[in-house]
Design a protein around this ligand. Structure first.
Ligand code: GLU
Length: 489
């Protein structure tokens, strides 16, 4: 039997997400338990959202956790390149092959025409089949050569049923007629996820796809592509999603989701991995503390439990505390503290901010303690500028979160511009924005300059402080959030 081959397939479109580490962990544990191999593939087909710095941060976050792969963009391998943006010729080749075989077709309908057509559709009309003429035209190659732009769509069967076989859930039936004619090649020449994932999993020899359950509804499309291309599909396993304590899908509005946040807040890699494993893998007996190696030694994919995985920060902190108490000598703990933030590199960033603001050396630590803290305690008074309503202060802080999230590069100058943008949006004097932000970020009335402090705190910790301050002020209802977002964007 061929060796097991799994892949981790993140899209570099944002901060390194704990959900990515969770899926990676299960893939790697499975592959290691089977003596198989792990491929890391970067799925950067969304040109508008993919960024190389997101990829860099993601790889270093996964490595910090101690996760390792056998092939990938950083280590190379026989199936290189491992970035989808560098494999465009492959996708085009198979898209054309599908057109020639009559399984896909060129579509020239513009997004505007589509939207108009959709809005004309009445209740009870058949599912959204696009431009019937295009679908049945034979190939249209000539028109594609001269057209300004076109896409290639899958010709989904109009009737019939199929099943997705999931190694944990068994057979999940579906009806073809409910599935749209998916785009597989976009007008920019990039493939969509569906085509790229199938082509790459096949060409890279992936025989086990272990991914989040949010992809179950995509699997029928993938199975059809495998069939049309004449390839054997992999075995599919869909893992349960990470949830917020209220059982909604884990999102950065409620819980910090960036691995970099946890690293910055002083969590250690081993308990993070241990906790992520517990999210879907029951301990053998009572003991919930186990190492990655112990997990691998007894790993059985069939034991993954589908009950839902609530990510609970208190429980993670408790587990982290156990590792600190039970697994580290005082010397090792000192080493951890040093590689965390108690090092020259980090502290030297604070020195120029403090030199003008410290009558004695003894004033440094108290004024800079917020840089090291997991949380701070801003006073309500400082969070709401005089004459303003608490509700507006919450809204303002939310817009500050959005403004900061978009920054690239992350620098004092850019942060200053973002704050100015927030002040302009609210038509407030700048100090009505900076004072609440200062308090939210530092939890104290005096300290080093705001923008440079935000630079040092990094985006994830800054966001979490602004969100904590918003919660303290009563938060924002879903409706208000939506309305505000519409105005802001
Ligand atoms: N690129 C997808 C993601 O970002 C991968 C989905 C899959 O594993 O098929 O999650």
């Amino acid at each position: 039997m061929a060796d097991v081959c799994v892949r981790i397939a993140p899209s570099p479109t944002g901060a390194p997400h704990v959900g990515t580490a969770y899926i990676a962990l299960f893939n790697i544990a499975y592959a290691r338990a089977q003596g198989g191999k792990v491929i890391l593939r970067i799925e950067d087909t969304d040109q508008t959202r993919s960024r190389r710095h997101h990829e860099d941060r993601l790889l270093s976050a996964l490595k910090w956790l101690g996760l390792a792969w056998d092939e990938g963009p950083d280590v190379g391998g026989p199936a290189a390149p491992y970035r989808q943006s560098e494999r465009l010729d492959q996708y085009e080749k198979y898209a054309l092959q599908l057109v020639e075989a009559g399984h896909a077709y060129y579509s020239f309908t513009t997004p505007e025409e589509l939207a108009a057509w959709r809005s004309r559709r009445g209740q009870g009309d058949p599912p959204p089949y696009y431009a019937e003429r295009e679908r049945s035209a034979s190939q249209n190659r000539g028109r594609a050569e001269t057209a300004d732009s076109y896409v290639i769509r899958m010709k989904m069967p109009r009737e019939g049923t199929g099943v997705v076989t999931d190694s944990l859930r068994g057979e999940i039936p579906f009806e073809y007629a409910t599935i749209d004619d998916q785009i597989i090649l976009k007008s920019d020449g990039f493939p969509t996820y569906h085509l790229a994932v199938v082509v790459d999993d096949h060409l890279m020899g992936v025989d086990n796809v272990i991914r989040g359950e949010e992809w179950i509804s995509s699997t029928p499309k993938h199975l059809l592509l495998y069939q049309q291309l004449g390839w054997d599909p992999p075995r599919y396993t869909h893992l349960p999603l990470l949830l917020n304590p209220d059982r909604s899908k884990m999102s950065k509005r409620r819980n910090p989701t960036s691995i970099d946040y946890y690293r910055r807040a002083g969590f250690l890699p081993a308990p993070m991995l241990n906790y992520l494993a517990l999210m879907a893998y029951p301990p053998d007996g009572e003991e919930e503390k186990f190492s990655f190696q112990q997990l691998v030694d007894r790993f059985d994919l069939g034991r993954v439990n589908l009950g839902g995985s609530v990510f609970d920060l208190d429980k993670l902190s408790w587990l982290n505390g156990r590792y600190i108490r039970e697994d580290l000598t005082p010397e090792a703990l000192l080493g951890e503290m040093k590689s965390w933030l108690l090092n020259d590199e980090f502290i030297s960033g604070m020195i120029p901010l403090m030199q003008e603001r410290m009558p004695t050396l003894g004033d440094f630590m108290p004024r800079c303690a917020f840089f090291f803290a997991r949380e701070v305690n801003p006073s309500l008074e400082d969070l709401v500028p005089g004459k303003r309503e608490a509700a507006d202060a919450v809204g303002m802080l939310q817009t500050a979160v959005w403004a900061l999230e978009e920054l690239d590069p992350w620098s004092g100058k850019e942060i200053e511009k973002a704050v100015k943008r927030v002040a302009d949006f609210w038509e407030w004097p700048i100090r009505d924005v900076t004072r609440p932000m200062f308090s939210a970020i530092m939890g104290q009335p005096v300290g080093p300059p705001l923008y440079e402090s935000i630079v040092l705190l990094q985006v994830d910790m800054s966001r979490s402080r602004l969100l904590a301050a918003m919660a303290l002020l009563g938060g924002l209802s879903k409706k208000k959030l939506k309305a505000l977002e519409k105005k802001w964007r």
